[in-house]
Design a protein around this ligand. Structure first.
Ligand code: FES
Length: 580
């Protein structure tokens, strides 16, 4: 794609606040001077907002305050004026009921922080799962030049001589304790070993997957996704990104120039190649919705169907992000896709060059980490989109994290009406369940939980685990942590709380799963299904006020990205009226 840079110099958006001698301008400019900024910084140079999701309550982004200094250095060097802006930071590991409920609130507030303030361009400082999509959604809706700087993953965790991944081994150890294979004391001593440095989860969980998506979309400089948080090259990346955003403003290179259909198709294929999180589906649909690109679940299935997973990383494989970086990082994966004819090589990136220009010289430093395309970890690594009378608008499954023997299965449903019902029953030995059953969880979707919690990978009942069984089919309208694994069917749409067929599944019903044929079928007659749906009454909790009310009233289904209906689309960043 050919991009034609705008003419420079020209009047920028920030000049509406800072240029001239009116009372309003003196008010805006004069108050800024109380921070010690000299006159010449208000001479029409690009004002860059560094939108920082640093927070002591978001440990994965805890180092971004320091990293922002390197971004600032780059902006100063390139002749810009950096202004750091703290923005809503939803931590995956602390926010209740689930950080996902606040992704859209974060995007809403950040969009207005961009629009209402004198920024000409934005650096999106992100890391933990929801921070990347929320800032990308906001930037896409405002369409000011923007570049992603990721905080980077943690260093490898090690416990008892084994490489342990953040999140992934939490689930593994928890199941091992329940199965009597690990003591509670060992579990406690593993706690600090798993998360031993600054940074985001070191597996190909949602944070690393979304960092990969940002790079594959072309919204970050090449190589951004994999550099560990504590590696000095992470700080170099931050500084280079600071330099780059200034030129992007001068060129007027905007998200809408980068976020094209080709870019999204590249990212979807990349997600399959790296064995990325199922959460990327809902986030990428939401980002596409902000720029008006009609990407659907069918595109996910079509683009990902023949993509092999070539990255040998947990939770699907063996290694962690640190080794991915040493092997060459995402540019190597994208180059492999390009050589296989699976990449739109001419897609534009924030560098101003095509993706192919950025990756063509990438060299694989470790063929056991980034595997040859003819010796993949999984032949079919994309996200499978299942449809049928149980999921008329689709449900998703990650084949690379699932068990081959369960990909075609018919089983008896064991239904949990909500997460509390599951918790109350799952440890009861009287529960009528065995490994051939299909666990069904309702009311955990965008409206139901609310927020669509990561509870879809329900732990198995102890009496099944004790037999040495480690996987069963699980179906829900929930999400699953990107660090988790199993034959887990997620995002079933419409969700139960919106009256989807999932709401009327009963224990004892038979369910058929056929991943190859993309089928998810509740084995009851059409008449019976219609009868049950006509008698259905919602049973999820509803909020009477506050943001939870707004969310439940306006959130859309997972099949279109679970954005708030009134936030979809690009509204631009007009300068607005002055109030003084
Ligand atoms: Fe923040 Fe995993 S919990 S990146």
């Amino acid at each position: 794609m050919t991009f034609k840079p705008a003419k420079w110099p020209r009047k920028l958006r920030s000049a509406e606040w800072y240029s001239g001698s009116t009372k309003d301008v003196i008010y805006h400019r004069g108050w800024m001077k109380n921070q010690g900024y000299p006159d010449d910084l208000f001479d029409g140079r690009p004002v860059i907002g560094i939108l920082n999701t640093w927070s002591d309550m978001t440990p994965c982004n805890g180092h971004l305050r320091e990293l922002a200094e390197k971004v600032k250095a780059g902006i100063w060097e390139a002749g810009g004026f950096p202004l750091e802006v703290p923005v809503f930071s939803a931590s995956e590991n602390t926010f209740r009921p689930t950080a996902m409920m606040f992704r859209n609130l974060a995007a809403l507030s950040i969009e207005e922080q961009i629009r209402g303030q004198p920024m000409d361009g934005c650096v999106l400082m992100v890391g933990c799962d929801k921070t990347t999509p929320s800032l990308l959604m906001a930037a896409a809706s405002c369409d000011l030049p923007s570049i992603v700087v990721t905080g980077g993953p943690m260093l490898n965790g090690w416990f008892q001589g084994e490489r342990v991944g953040a999140g992934t081994h939490l689930w593994r150890f928890s199941e091992a304790v329940k199965a009597g294979e690990m003591t509670q004391e060992e579990f406690l001593s593993a706690e600090s070993a798993v998360t031993r440095s600054s940074g985001t989860c070191n597996t190909m969980g949602t944070a690393s997957s979304m960092a990969s998506m940002a790079e594959a979309l072309g919204m970050a400089l090449s190589g951004n996704a994999a550099i560990p948080a504590v590696d000095s090259r992470r700080r170099v990346m931050a500084q280079l990104s600071g330099r780059r955003i200034v030129q992007m403003v001068k060129d007027d290179l905007k998200p809408s120039d980068v976020l094209t259909r080709a870019a999204f198709e590249n990212a979807i294929r990349c997600n399959g190649a790296v064995g990325g999180s199922t959460n990327t589906v809902v986030h990428m649909l939401a980002i596409a919705g902000r720029v008006g690109i009609d990407i659907t679940l069918d595109d996910w299935d079509r683009c990902g169907r023949d993509i092999a997973t070539i990255l040998n990383l947990q939770p699907s494989g063996k290694y962690l992000m640190e080794e991915f970086f040493y092997a060459g990082g995402l540019p190597v994966v994208l180059k492999r896709l390009a050589e296989a004819g699976k990449l739109h090589k001419d897609a534009l990136t924030v560098s101003g060059e095509t993706v192919w220009d950025e990756i063509k010289d990438a060299v694989n430093g470790n063929e056991d980490v980034i595997l040859p395309i003819d010796k993949p970890l999984t032949e079919k690594g994309g996200i499978a989109v299942l449809k049928g009378n149980l999921a008329p608008k689709g449900a998703i499954l990650k084949p690379s994290a699932a068990s081959a023997h369960l990909m075609q299965h018919r089983g008896r449903a064991v239904v949990f009406e909500d997460i509390d019902d599951y918790k109350a029953k799952i440890n009861d030995d009287a529960l009528d369940i065995d490994e051939t059953c299909i666990m069904v969880l309702k009311n955990c979707g965008p409206k139901g939980y609310p927020g669509m919690a990561e509870v879809g990978n329900m732990g198995l009942p102890p009496k099944v685990l004790k037999k040495g069984i480690t996987d069963m089919i699980r179906i829900s309208d929930a999400r699953m942590s990107g660090t988790a694994y199993g034959t887990v069917i997620l995002h079933t749409s419409p969700e139960a709380a919106a009256g989807g067929p999932l709401a009327v599944v009963q224990s004892g019903d038979m369910i058929e799963v056929d991943v190859e044929n993309r089928r998810l079928h509740l084995d009851i007659s059409d008449a019976e299904l219609a009868e049950r749906l006509s008698n259905w009454q919602p049973s999820h909790e509803t909020a009477a006020s506050g943001y939870a009310w707004l969310h439940q009233a306006h959130v859309e289904g997972a099949d279109t990205g679970a954005d708030l209906d009134f936030l979809k689309g690009c509204r631009g960043a007009p300068v607005g009226k002055d109030s003084h």
